[in-house]
Design a protein around this ligand. Structure first.
Ligand code: OAD
Length: 259
């Protein structure tokens, strides 16, 4: 009877991971779903099924109703504070430790990759645990939750906002440069738990394919597909990634390093 990882992992993919020189990874909300953080676009449970992004995640929304936006992000920040990384995050830590070159690009703002132990992480959309001021972008390390809502910047008095990228805003230039470099250099690109509907991240798998990389797309909405250099797996990150890890490095099975 085939074991778990050989049924989940299409032929050839584990070998490509095992022999890759440079693995670049793009993650989205789906990789944190099994930690209990809602995605954006899953029907019913997704944040954008219940809230309108134009009311909450744009500079215009903040100008129109800063208290509402601050409080919505405070609610999300509190939700993130209570969760821990899952098996999908941990598998990426193990892959980083085993390949010569590795970069993890994440659209997530929850900080769970770093909490799991990933080192080479680029936050394309910022981090919800940090804040900056709206007018000047001053990074503010601590702020009082009482008093003004939103609190005010101690340097310039402008309202504080989450240090995330909103719709209509540019991604940080250094993050984009590191993403472009990874796409140019990687021989394996993994797009994990993202619907690939928001640019510029959405174009990265096609860019990587065009540059000659093998690409895996793993989420819960693609059809299973084995068409090297493109692989698609419909599955859960917390199940498929540990299986891929084990298929690529079977000698590590049972070592206890992935508990
Ligand atoms: P989405 O909510 O658009 O997509 C989440 C993806 O994860 C979907 O393809 C799901 O099928 C998949 N998924 C759900 N659970 C999964 C699991 N356990 N394992 C694997 N896949 C799973 O989230 P993102 O693609 O991250 O931006 O969204 C991109 C950006 O749009 C976000 O960064 C955010 C949002 O609006 C801003 O707020 C600016």
């Amino acid at each position: 009877m085939p074991d778990l990882e050989t049924t989940l992992i299409p032929p050839g993919l584990a070998e490509r991971l095992r022999t890759a020189r440079y693995v670049a990874v793009l993650t989205g909300a789906g990789i944190s779903a099994e930690s209990g953080i809602p995605t954006f676009r899953d029907p019913q449970s997704g944040l954008w099924a219940n809230y309108r992004p134009e009311d909450l995640a744009t500079p215009a929304a903040f100008r129109a109703n800063p208290r509402l936006v601050w409080e919505w992000y405070a609610w999300r920040r509190a939700a993130v504070a209570g969760v821990v990384p899952n098996a999908g995050h941990r598998a990426l830590v193990e892959i980083e430790a085993r390949v010569p070159h590795f970069l993890l690009l994440t659209q997530n703002v929850d900080g769970l990759h770093q909490a799991a132990g990933s080192h080479a992480v680029v936050e394309l959309h910022g981090n919800i645990r940090r804040v900056k001021c709206f007018d000047r972008g001053h990074a503010v390390a601590t702020w009082a939750e009482a008093g003004d809502v939103p609190p005010l910047c101690p340097l310039c008095g402008s309202p504080l906002r989450p240090a995330v990228v909103w719709f209509g805003e540019s991604l940080p230039a250094d993050a984009l440069a590191r993403a472009a470099d990874a796409i140019a250099r990687c021989d394996l690109f993994l797009a994990l738990g993202t619907s690939l509907r928001v640019e510029p991240a959405a174009s990265l798998p096609a860019d990587a394919l065009a540059r000659g990389a093998t690409v895996l797309i793993l989420n819960r909405e693609v059809a299973d597909r084995v068409a090297p250099p493109l692989y698609q797996i419909n599955g859960l990150a917390g199940t498929v990634l540990p299986a891929l890890l084990e298929a690529a490095w079977p000698e590590m099975a049972g070592s206890g390093s992935r508990s």
